[in-house]
Design a binder for this molecule. Structure first.
Ligand SMILES: [Zn+2]
Length: 341
């Protein structure tokens, strides 16, 4: 099988699609965020297409999809919709697409179930557990009120998922148009993220598990406050390194396709290890999660990214507590302080 010559292919414009290889089409979907696009993939499947990831559920996304149905998909139907993981830019239009084509949704179980819960939270009040979690992180009353006000945003850009789905599991083989795609599950960025690996053509649909220029968010969330996603993330890097050849063509959800996955995985590992080292260096005095933002992040933390920053800070602090290098103590007002053990 010929190596895919992607190097000659210009990146599609926002809302446009380009054929990357026989039976693999790259659709660049606009996003209404500072990260302004997501790469979606169309895989030929008989006389139809498998849609991998979907964009957020907005009018713009649906308009791009309608153009794509007639354009890149040549009027042929979707045969399945796959969501690599539950984040809104990946799963937002999944419910609409499966309904439009009358097809099934393929996801891993943890992603599907958690996504159903988060969509179901839309319009609810922020739970006490979540407010306690962010108070422990060091949020002040104004920041907690903002969290309350924004709670339940998830479902505003994610359409309702179908009531049943088809489960993807690590090691599954999905065959589309004679090409076998192996499911490799990664963890840490989301609970059970599916990557799709075509060993024969040496190409990987990586979702957010491996990105070329940005480091995927690895966060603790209030639903599981004692989770250790950074450990999961490091374990997944080890697994992906062992499973993938260095020259695999990586098709990431953001940025451009690239080769050299071992170098990139090592960079992602090192970035977090460096942050852990920096946290330890500055941890002689007790600090709250919000006090270590300046250690972990180069850019300013504002109302729009404080929740993500807190999640990422807590994932690093939790990792160090679990390795025994740090200790955490909660004071009488419920605020959690971390220091070197
Ligand atoms: Zn994601």
């Amino acid at each position: 099988m010929d190596r895919i010559q992607y190097e000659d292919i210009a990146r599609p414009a926002n809302g446009e699609a380009v054929s990357l290889a026989d039976g693999i089409t790259w659709l660049r979907m606009p996003l209404p965020f500072s990260l302004n696009h997501i790469n979606l993939w169309l895989l030929r499947d008989g006389s139809g297409w498998v849609i991998v990831d979907t964009g957020v559920d907005t009018r713009t996304s649906r308009d791009v999809w309608k153009d794509t149905f007639a354009g890149a998909m040549r009027g042929d139907p979707a045969t399945h919709v796959i969501a690599t993981h539950l984040h809104p830019d990946h799963v937002g239009c999944a419910g609409w697409l499966v309904q439009h084509f009358g097809v099934d949704l393929w996801m891993t179980r943890e992603e599907y179930l958690l996504c159903r819960i988060l969509v179901g939270d839309t319009g609810n009040e922020a739970p006490d557990e979540a407010l306690r979690f962010y108070r422990a992180a060091g949020f002040d009353d104004k920041q907690l009120q903002l969290y309350r006000d924004n709670f339940g945003m998830f479902g505003r850009v994610v359409g309702e998922l179908p009531q049943s789905y088809r489960r993807l599991q690590d090691g599954d083989l999905c065959s589309f148009a004679g090409h076998d795609w192996e499911i490799i599950v990664g963890r840490g960025h989301s609970p059970e993220h599916a990557c799709l690996y075509d060993r024969t053509r040496n190409v990987l649909i990586a979702g957010d598990q491996i990105l070329p220029t940005i480091s995927p968010n690895v966060s603790v969330w209030p639903t599981e406050p004692r989770a250790d996603p950074l450990k999961d993330w490091f374990d997944s890097i080890d697994r992906l390194e062992a499973a993938l050849p260095d020259d695999v063509l990586v098709l990431p959800a953001h940025g451009k396709p690239f080769r050299g996955v071992h170098v990139r995985l090592e960079q992602l590992r090192k970035e977090h290890k460096d942050n852990l080292d920096k946290l330890l260096e500055t941890a002689s005095a007790p600090r709250r999660a919000v006090d270590v933002f300046d250690v972990l992040f180069n850019s300013a933390i504002t109302d729009s990214n404080r929740v993500m920053a807190a999640g990422e800070a807590i994932s690093h602090l939790t990792y160090l507590c679990n390795t025994g290098e740090m200790l955490a103590e909660q004071d009488n007002s419920g605020v959690r302080y971390y220091r070197r053990s």
